[in-house]
Design a protein around this ligand. Structure first.
Ligand SMILES: Nc1ncnc2c1ncn2[C@@H]1O[C@H](COP(=O)(O)OP(=O)(O)OP(=O)(O)O)[C@@H](O)[C@H]1O
Ligand SMILES: [Mg+2]
Length: 455
């Protein structure tokens, strides 16, 4: 009763103080139940504070509004990466080994026709540490979805090989693992005859670009007359259509100039238009160079510098990772002890952890964790720079829609503290609002209107 009365008084008094001020009060000036100052004294203190501070303090610089950069690609937490390349270069061999699947991977071109999809766990030492700490009944890592796609040949964009439809399979993925053959095995047929990774890169690169040009041209042809009819004036809607048309023409010129869409510098408005077109060369690419086992173990292959040079010239900044389909297939078929012995004997490790992490990163993905003692430790995938609400959406829409606030532990601080109770005792359990950005590796607890977020 007494507390309620005090609280009412506090609200009334502080309301009075705040109402009579034009500027927000500094913390020290606000009347509070614990303070010995009366509301009047608090206000006087505040006035003294503001009068002196006007003389001595400079006005803070105006805050610059930084426009958030729109990202190329789908804004989803469930992105997929497709394995692309010429026929018979080892795409299905790679897919089988990395996803521990068993799709047909035989020595003849167009062995794969329909796309195959599978998931691979994203390796993360932080996840392993959390599992040791929380001893959960269920351990669910983050996953990357990989899709094995049929081989492309020269002229695919105009229907050659098994046709244009294969390019539409690439349309359905968000990023590309481009497999380049650099193993020289006369028994494995090469669709172009001789080995020549530079030519192979040119073929895939130009087929993807030609398909984009065809899609952009289709748009231009369908809209040109309409845009011309609009003239220079027009409604807001007309202006929007004209801007969109101008962007498409600009993007087509860029691609016709031999460039991939993802390497252009685009404004946010242009990116919105590009994202509406699902262009193939807008997708991020990681180049995977398939070596013989011998070359992979000795870390030497005459084609590697050629591929590197090609990437630097055409798509600087894109990642190149050498691997060996042969070596990886062998490792997958071994049991743990055999694998460890083979890795030690050859002094060579699998390229897969690096490939998975690079692919995941190229899609702008990261993960955060939920962890409960004895229950579940789980890594959830979301886009980099996601707000708490978007991150919550990767768990459940209803949690995102009724999110109130989030308890956050930082992984490094948790590890340094040793456990959750010690971390809390150190005051390092943070509360974040739903608009705050989530960071890679955060261990979170979403507090939503639904009650406690399911772990
Ligand atoms: N690093 C390697 N060294 C030697 N042979 C390899 C290597 N990688 C794959 N191969 C062999 O190449 C052949 C073709 O492989 P795979 O079926 O995986 O190719 P693909 O790219 O999926 O072909 P397609 O486009 O026809 O589906 C298989 O016989 C496979 O064993
Ligand atoms: Mg295949």
């Amino acid at each position: 009763m007494a507390t309620a009365a005090l609280f009412r008084q506090y609200r009334l008094c502080s309301g009075l103080v705040l109402l009579s001020c034009t500027k927000p009060l500094p913390r020290s000036a606000v009347f509070s139940p614990g303070s010995t100052a009366t509301p009047h004294q608090a206000l006087t203190n505040h006035r003294q504070f503001t009068t002196t501070s006007f003389r001595t303090r400079k006005m803070p610089p105006k805050k610059q509004v930084v426009e958030e950069k729109v990202q190329l690609g789908r804004p989803s937490n469930n992105l997929k990466i497709g394995v692309v390349g010429l026929p018979n270069v080892g795409k299905s061999t790679f897919f089988n080994a990395i996803t521990k699947s068993a799709v047909a991977a035989e020595n003849y071109p167009f062995c794969t026709i329909d796309p195959e999809e599978s998931r691979v766990a994203v390796p993360d030492e932080r996840f392993d540490w959390l599992c040791e700490q929380y001893e959960p009944a269920s351990k669910i890592p983050a996953y990357l979805t990989v899709i094995d796609i049929a081989g492309l040949v020269k002229g695919a964009s105009t229907g050659a090989g098994l046709g244009n439809s294969f390019l539409s399979h690439i349309n359905a993925v968000d990023g590309i693992f481009h497999v380049v053959r650099a193993f020289n095995d006369p028994d494995v047929v090469h669709v172009e005859g001789e080995m020549d990774p530079e030519r192979d890169l040119d073929i895939i690169h130009s087929e993807l670009r030609l398909k984009d040009i065809a899609m952009l041209t289709k748009y231009v042809d369908a809209n040109q007359r309409n845009i011309e009819r609009m003239g220079s004036g027009g409604s807001v809607e007309d202006k929007k259509k004209k801007d969109e048309f101008a962007t498409i023409v600009k993007v087509r010129e860029w691609v016709e100039g031999g460039n991939d869409v993802r390497k252009g510098t685009w404004t946010n408005k242009e990116i919105d238009v590009i994202n509406g077109q699902a262009l193939l060369t807008a997708k991020p690419v990681t180049y995977l160079v398939n070596l013989s086992e011998k070359d992979y173990i000795r870390k030497k292959n005459k084609f590697l510098p050629v591929v590197k040079k090609w990437i630097d010239e055409h798509n600087p900044g894109d990642k190149l990772i050498p691997f060996s389909g042969d070596f990886e297939s062998k490792l997958v078929d071994m049991d743990d002890a055999e694998r460890a012995a083979y890795v030690a004997e050859t002094k060579t490790a699998s390229a897969f952890p690096k490939i998975i992490l690079t692919g995941y990163d190229s899609l702008n993905l990261m993960h955060f964790f939920t962890a409960g003692h004895g229950t579940e430790v789980r890594a959830w995938t979301c886009r980099k720079n996601a707000k708490m609400t978007e991150a919550a959406r990767s768990i459940h829409n209803e949690i995102a829609d009724s999110l109130i606030q989030v308890d956050v532990m930082k992984f490094d601080e948790l590890k340094a503290a040793g456990n959750e109770s010690e971390l809390k005792a150190q005051g390092k359990l943070y509360t974040r609002g739903k608009e705050a950005l989530i960071e890679d590796g955060d261990i979170v607890y979403f507090r939503s209107g639904l009650g406690r977020a399911k772990k």
